[in-house]
Design a protein around this ligand. Structure first.
Ligand code: TPP
Ligand code: MG
Length: 644
């Protein structure tokens, strides 16, 4: 009987590519192709197998060349995030360094719970020519390769040692990729000899297949218990995470907040869950939160968490919630996340559960006093944002000018502050525009100051906060939403880690606008270093004059504008807010990718607001500043709670 079922003789790599081109996802009756394409960098580990297959199928599954394998995984992660995890990109690499370059991206995707499919080449399954170029050898096992490093950073990992293994491996890989609860990096290591091997695959493997994304509902008894907790609460707070946005639950959240009067604080991934302006929107919550959100969090007796992993930044290292009897209800598609902080777990889809909970809390509304307090703290916070964005915290520039003053053309006039730049962007950008960011001092400043006016306008990678994500991430966002203007906000440190994908933007005709905030160093970590008593050690650049051999200031003879121009970007420099506005207008009117270099003051930081972050300080040290920092740390840590 089996013999009569149609079979197709293709190589393993051809089978993988054909299969991927036929996968679709559907949610709420809307269907789309799962894979928007494949990014890749070829080497001997994938050029003949996957490379040949992609060439043959290039119309069904477009191929894109990137500059660095880490970056291509960031591109894929940003693409999937922008598509609310309904679409993805695959990434193919050679064996060895090409593969391990993808590890950082894989970890980032898994931690952020966004789907990326990684197809690293692998050493010969047949082993005959071993050790091949770039092969890791082990005296204990011939089974090991560098691709084993992907295991802890992948939600599904497999190595295809025989061509027929993909018949079961590929559906499993798709199940995990398209599961909102399990998704992350999925790695299929493809030995280079097996990629090229032919097999009689069942034709059914290449039929179109639709993966429906369900909206699972919560347990009824738990829902009733949750409603009881809401009814009994006097000072509740909603913490909205990325799950609200992925589930397209922003409308349901707004209806829930409007009906109950409960105010909403947002995590980094959840920013825009209750778009600004809204009378119950408190902005960011936690270590980089607003005073408005953090004061309400401090006194909340009930916290309704929706779609959040409750990272240390969200909980201010478990100091954010100080009410003695505080209870948590956690709506999350992953049971693992829903159970955190001893929450009453409502496991399932954010939108479905908010909709089901709403009628059960009918008749409940917070007190008039609560509503007034929220309104007052919201307007006080708005005033504070305006004050900070107007440059109120600007202080005279503190750079020690080196011999390269030409790079700091106007050392007499004070540098503008990062907060002022954020203020200009806030005024200039349309609600549908997207800001993309990941690491440095920008994420904290944006979490506090940015008013997200639409759910997909704020794209922050803050699960891994990976320096170098920004420009690559901007490309992924642009590929997912070509109709939007994409603004990448990046510090000089992050830029120098991974600027090369500007070339990929130029190659693909993808327009992004990169606002490069240059403060000559790692200002965020510099601030942290000062806080822990180490005086900013190792976080400033230093310039050793080759003529004298002496250290000579901390402005390097490095021209980031020329660097960006050399990569093909249209570049301009903005030293003043007026110049920044002009540069943004010019960038908008130009079809090319632009880099706007903005020198900013390193020391003019946006402060913290009723928040803390647990970074342990040396318990013993000869340094007085460290001793003082440790004493302050010991006091602050007393606020850390165990939620059992
Ligand atoms: C890949 C990576 N390495 C190290 C870090 C730790 N880190 C966080 S922010 C930062 C400095 C970022 O410098 P820059 O981009 O110039 O931003 P700034 O702090 O000056 O605002 C470092 C080293 C990180 N987040 N990611
Ligand atoms: Mg910097």
């Amino acid at each position: 009987m089996t013999a009569s079922r149609p079979r197709v003789r293709v190589t393993m790599a051809q089978a993988v590519v054909r299969f991927l081109s036929q996968q679709r996802t559907a949610r709420d009756g809307r269907e789309q192709k799962l894979f928007g394409g494949v990014f890749g960098i070829f080497g001997h580990g994938n050029v003949a197998g996957i490379g040949e297959a992609l060439h043959a199928e290039r119309r069904a599954l477009p191929y894109y060349l990137a500059r660095n394998e880490q970056a291509m995984v960031h591109i894929a992660a940003a693409y999937a995030k922008m598509h609310n995890r309904l679409r993805a990109l695959a990434c193919t690499s050679s064996i060895g360094p090409g593969a391990t370059n993808m590890l950082t991206g894989a970890a980032g995707a898994t931690i952020n719970r966004v789907p990326v499919l990684l197809l690293p080449g692998d050493i010969f399954a047949g082993r005959r020519p071993a050790p091949v170029l770039q092969q890791l050898e082990s005296s204990q096992s011939q089974e090991l390769s560098v691709n084993d490093c992907f295991k802890p950073v992948s939600r599904y990992w497999d190595r295809i040692n025989r061509p027929e293994q993909i018949i079961t491996a590929l559906p499993e890989a798709m199940r995990v990729l398209t599961s909102p609860a399990e998704t992350g990096a999925v790695t299929l290591a493809l030995p280079q000899d097996v990629q090229a091997e032919a097999y009689d695959y069942p034709a059914a493997l290449f039929e179109p297949r639709v993966w429906t994304i369900a909206r699972p509902r919560a347990d009824r008894d738990r829902l009733r218990e949750a409603a009881r907790l809401v009814h009994a609460s006097r000072r509740p707070l909603i913490v909205a995470g990325g799950g609200v946005i992925y589930s397209e639950a922003t409308g349901a959240l707004r209806r829930f907040a409007d009906a109950t009067g409960i105010a909403v604080g947002e995590t980094q991934a959840g920013k825009g869950a209750l778009p600004d302006p809204h009378p119950l929107s408190l902005g960011g919550v936690g270590a980089t939160g607003t005073r408005a959100a953090n004061l309400l969090a401090r006194d909340a007796d009930l916290v309704l968490v929706v779609g959040s992993r409750l990272s240390d930044f969200t909980t201010a290292s478990k100091t954010a919630f100080q009410h003695e009897q505080v209870r948590f209800i956690s709506i999350n598609v992953a049971e693992f996340d829903a159970a955190k902080q001893a929450a009453l777990p409502l496991v399932g889809d954010a939108r479905a559960i908010l909709e089901e909970l709403l009628p059960l809390v009918a008749g409940y509304h917070v007190s008039a006093e609560y509503t007034e307090a929220v309104a007052a703290s919201q307007s006080a916070w708005r005033a504070e944002v305006d004050r900070v964005c107007a440059g109120a915290d600007a202080i005279p520039q503190s750079l020690t000018p080196g011999p390269h003053q030409s790079l700091t053309p106007n050392p007499q006039s004070p540098l503008i502050t990062q907060a002022q730049v954020i203020g200009v962007l806030q005024d200039t950008l349309a609600p549908t525009d997207v800001v993309v960011c990941a690491a440095g001092s920008l994420p904290g400043d944006l979490h506090k100051l940015w008013r997200a006016r639409a759910p997909k306008g704020y794209h922050m990678e803050y699960g891994y906060s990976c320096m170098g994500y920004e420009i690559a991430g901007g490309l992924g966002v642009k590929m997912a939403a070509p109709e939007r203007n994409v603004y990448v906000l990046v510090g000089d440190g992050s830029y120098l880690m991974m600027a090369q994908e500007i070339v990929t933007a130029v190659q693909e005709g993808l327009k992004i606008t990169i606002v490069l905030l240059d403060n000559h160093g790692f200002a965020s970590i510099g601030g942290l270093s000062e806080q822990v008593g180490s005086g900013g050690f190792g976080t400033r650049y230093r310039y050793r004059n080759p003529a004298t051999g002496e250290l000579d200031g901390d402005v390097l003879p490095v021209d980031l504008a020329a660097n960006a121009a050399s990569l093909g970007a249209r570049v301009c420099r903005a030293d003043t807010l007026g110049a920044l506005r002009e540069a943004l207008a010019a960038a908008k009117g130009d079809a090319r990718t632009s880099v706007i270099l903005v020198p900013v003051d390193r020391e003019a930081r946006v402060g913290g607001y009723e928040s803390w972050w647990d970074v342990p300080v040396a318990e013993v040290s000869a340094n007085r500043a460290v001793q003082d920092a440790r004493a302050a740390y010991d006091t602050a840590r007393l606020k850390e709670r165990d939620f059992l």
